[in-house]
Design a protein around this ligand. Structure first.
Ligand SMILES: [Zn+2]
Length: 70
């Protein structure tokens, strides 16, 4: 079993400005977003739907990818 990495997805709603934090495992991210480089988000406050690029909401994901490659 490989160790489970968890990622913090931080976003700010462009409509109401509230910030959201979602913690997902690598598996959950794959299941939810697949290979989509843009994450589709729903605001829990105003129900706005928006998309953010993966590297913007989750810098840790990027870091992990680079570590895997090197
Ligand atoms: Zn909102």
């Amino acid at each position: 079993m490989s160790k489970k990495q968890r990622y913090e997805i931080k976003t700010e709603c462009p409509q109401c400005g509230c910030s959201m934090l979602t913690v997902l495992s690598d598996e959950e991210i794959q299941k939810r977003y697949g290979d989509n480089p843009r994450f589709h988000m729903d605001c829990g406050e105003c129900q706005a739907q928006f998309e953010k690029p993966r590297e913007e909401v989750c810098p840790e994901w990027d870091k992990e990818c680079k570590m895997k490659e090197s």
